[in-house]
Write a protein that binds this ligand. Structure first.
Ligand code: ARG
Length: 277
């Protein structure tokens, strides 16, 4: 039986793969979340250095491969590849963005994944799905965030494609508009999150299902402490989050704090810049 198409590199030497998009056209020219303000200009040189630092760190990490998609002019948020969709094995569930400003990204991501041999799916219209921004796998469990961006109806379809049940978490603070701004699975037991970003019932769900919760204080949540990348025993997270960093160090993780100041102007940090593929 042919399981994978030729283009799908599943080589064992790179069990962890991420997709990134160079920030050539990254800027803040519209406002679709409370962090974005067109008057707060992005320093493009700084953004490019910050992106490169992340790219180089990941590329040099053992067992990690970073794939790139070409950036497209006039699609400044394409750099946030976490929102392209959700990948599970050889399936790519493509996003359907809430705002017209990002809809233009959809065909480019779709094309890239098709070319690589993935099976692509979309959620039923008119529902919104913003990929890993609002849907994260913790081990085998699927956690989804809804309210500001993705629709819970879309997550129902996503869970169906993955043949999984899921925990639907309602978000309640606009500043934490995507799940990955306030929740990060780190291992099968440990997850980092900022409880107040979630509606009361969702907070309960998190405390009941996450064996080892790392609660993030508000001032660090506002510095995107939860928007971290975790693989093996490595964590990449934004600077200025000492409490969260030491909680993770205490658990045996190697924590690397990088600067994402320019991307925060658009409402994103470490995690938003990568999609697990
Ligand atoms: N400006 C982008 C937006 O509002 C930021 C996306 C951040 N991505 C994420 N996965 N949280 O859509």
């Amino acid at each position: 039986m042919k399981r994978f198409s030729k283009n799908l590199d599943t080589s064992r030497s790179h069990p962890i793969r991420f997709l990134m998009c160079p920030p050539d056209y990254f800027e803040v020219v519209y406002e679709i979340n409370p962090w974005m303000c067109v008057e707060r200009k992005v320093d493009q040189l700084k953004a490019s250095c910050q992106w490169k630092a992340l790219y180089e760190f990941l590329s040099a990490a053992e067992g990690v491969k970073v794939d790139l998609i070409d950036p497209v002019a006039k699609l400044p948020d394409m750099v946030f590849t976490a929102n392209a969709g959700l990948v599970h094995k050889r399936l790519f569930i493509r996003s359907q963005f809430r705002y017209g400003e990002r809809k233009g990204e959809e065909p480019y991501f779709e094309k890239w994944f098709r070319r690589k041999g993935y099976i692509t799916k979309t959620v039923p219209q008119p529902f919104v799905f913003e990929g890993e921004g609002d849907a994260l796998l913790m081990n085998e469990e699927l956690y989804t965030g809804f309210h500001f961006r993705s629709d819970v109806e879309a997550h129902d379809a996503v869970a169906g494609y993955l043949k999984k049940s899921y925990f639907a978490l309602e978000l309640q603070d606009r500043r934490f508009y995507h799940l990955d701004t306030c929740f990060a699975p780190v291992s099968s037991d440990t997850a980092v999150f900022y409880p107040e970003a979630f509606a009361p019932y969702a907070q309960l769900t998190l405390f009941e299902t996450v064996k080892d919760p790392v609660e993030v204080p508000q001032q660090e949540a506002l510095r995107f402490a939860c928007n971290l990348i975790a693989f093996e025993k490595q964590i990449i997270m934004p600077q200025g989050c000492p409490q969260t960093a030491s909680a993770l160090t205490d658990r045996g993780y190697e924590v690397h704090q990088l600067d994402f100041s320019e991307f925060m102007k658009a409402g994103g940090a470490a995690k938003c810049l990568v999609l697990k593929i």
